[in-house]
Design a protein around this ligand. Sequence first.
Ligand SMILES: Nc1ncnc2c1ncn2[C@@H]1O[C@H](COP(=O)(O)OP(=O)(O)OP(=O)(O)O)[C@@H](O)[C@H]1O
Length: 261
Amino acid sequence: MAAHPGGLTALAPRTAPAPRTSPGPAHVNEVSVRGLIRSFGPKGVLNGVDLDIAPGEFVALLGPSGCGKSTLLRALAGLDHDVRGSGVISVPDRVSVVFQDSRLLPWDTVLGNVTLGLREHDAESRARRALAEVGLAGREKAWPHELSGGEQQRVALARSLVREPQLLLADEPFGALDALTRIKMHGLLQDLVAAHTPAVLLVTHDVDEAIALADRIVVLDHGRIATIRPVAADIRSSADAAGHEALRRDLLTALGVEAAH
Ligand SMILES: Nc1ncnc2c1ncn2[C@@H]1O[C@H](COP(=O)(O)OP(=O)(O)OP(=O)(O)O)[C@@H](O)[C@H]1O
């Protein structure tokens, strides 16, 4: 387990909702954040965030624009060395990140993008398998510019999952996609998470996306976690389930938005 900044020695395990997978009776949280503070110059963004994510748990992070969701995700990814702050973060060794744009290297093929940085002797066969998993078998030699936005995000997912992350950080990965592609990508992400069982932190603006995918939804507001809501499996899988509409309304209220009927 990697700890930054300052290292993490002992954390009291907290009770977390049951993840999709069964990690065993006694397990350490995959992610632990305590008292996280981040500011840009005089502007405080994160103001004492505490967050645990259990192994295999899928957490969605909602919050008003500018509330610090990406700042939190970047802190977990270790991508914020230039930011002032304090607090303790513990994350696993293998962390993958997916962003809203696929960030593929334009000068390399699809296969080259997925194997990038992998040194294992079976990297290519694993990358081919990952591409097949995301529905891109046969497109290994394509260039990124030959792919649609949704296909590029599929490659980004394959590139992340081929590394078998214990934690997948996703910052609005479907935010730039059309509604139909986004729904297909939800199904794909669910399948991939079921197969690879990483813990997931998904940053999203979309309450319905959060309910459809997450075991637990966390709302960030004014630099702190304001609301935490578990999502029951039946509510996750059906908008008609009892409690679905009430959860949706509560989350919209927590976001300061009136629910449309
Ligand atoms: N590199 C930076 N320099 C200065 N201010 C920054 C920087 N990055 C983010 N901020 C500020 O920090 C605040 C939080 O930004 P962040 O991107 O984390 O918010 P967010 O909740 O992810 O927003 P959105 O939902 O709009 O993507 C914003 O006010 C933003 O302007």
